[in-house]
Design a protein around this ligand. Structure first.
Ligand code: ZN
Length: 288
């Protein structure tokens, strides 16, 4: 079945780059700010990875979406603007990169709002959000709608876009999955411990390519999540480039920014919102 978001293609590819920089490490403890090697491992992302990725996207002429924590945009003035000026989308990725599931509802709201304030001060229009660590809470979709954004990209309830009911207007979900995230493949740091095995880029490309081929059969959203501090490294960006080039050669994979997919989903009256209800887990069966 063809739908507006497919735009006539077999599958749609959203290349998403989470420009986390130091935030996932600082979220585990401010003390890591003094750990020079660890901070340099993270700053490689915006300093080396992002320019390399932007050049690759220019060469291949494909659009992408960059999810940026507000803290990163604030402390690197010009970074988010330079991404937007290259024709790509900048989207909200929390302020501090602390997972909503680790915060109170008030803390999550304050963090969400503070991130948006940074982008507003830099004149960057924000349409979508991705929760830090994909750790969306029950109130995250409500916040996204309440602040006028169109979409989220943190959940895994499908491999095609879907709409989610909130306390106000419905939002679009552009679902993710661990198998399409480079973190599980490449992340390694001894302290804090953020991963144990560094996989071969050839293996990663093979896995992503296999998923893309199957997603053309099932008419899915190939929503790839890439971190510049990980995939900005030479052999890894070459592997990513190979996957993109192969998709372009197929001729039936459309590359789009997340905001454009979300707008197409919202233009489709047949996409009824789903209600996110927690399962009926009672304390007699499932203690905390
Ligand atoms: Zn992130």
């Amino acid at each position: 079945m063809t739908t507006p978001w497919h735009g006539g293609s077999a599958a749609v590819a959203t290349l998403t780059f989470d420009v986390d920089a130091e935030t996932p490490i600082l979220a585990q403890g401010r003390r890591y700010a003094d750990h020079v090697m660890t901070m340099s491992h993270q700053s490689y992302g915006p300093d080396v990875g992002v320019p390399r990725i932007l050049d690759m996207l220019d060469e291949l002429k494909v659009p992408a979406t960059f999810f940026v924590p507000g803290w990163v945009a604030e402390h690197r003035p010009g970074l988010a603007v330079s991404i937007a000026e290259r024709g790509h989308e900048v989207a909200h990725h929390s302020y501090s990169h602390r997972s909503p599931t680790s915060m109170t509802a008030e803390e999550e709201r304050a963090d969400f709002e503070r991130g948006l304030e940074v982008f507003a001060a830099q004149d960057i229009e924000i349409r979508g959000h991705r929760a830090a660590l994909w750790g969306a809470s029950q109130q995250t979709p409500d916040l996204i709608a309440a602040f006028g954004l169109a979409y989220d990209s943190s959940l895994m309830g499908d491999d095609r876009p879907y709409r989610v009911a909130t306390a106000t207007t419905a939002i679009v979900e552009l679902p993710v999955h661990w198998s399409l995230d480079d973190w599980e493949q490449y992340a390694y740091l001894p302290d804090p411990h953020i991963g144990a095995v560094i996989e071969s880029p050839a293996k990663v490309a093979e896995m992503w390519r296999a998923e893309l081929m199957a997603m053309r059969r099932y008419r899915c959203l190939f929503n790839l999540c890439v971190h510049p501090f990980l995939s900005g490294r030479p052999s890894r960006i070459m592997a990513l480039r190979g996957v993109i080039e192969e998709a372009l050669e197929l001729g039936d994979v459309r590359f789009a920014r997340c905001r454009d997919v979300a707008a197409a989903v919202n233009s489709d009256p047949t996409m009824q919102p789903r209600t996110l209800t927690p399962p009926p887990a009672t304390p007699d069966v499932y203690p905390d």
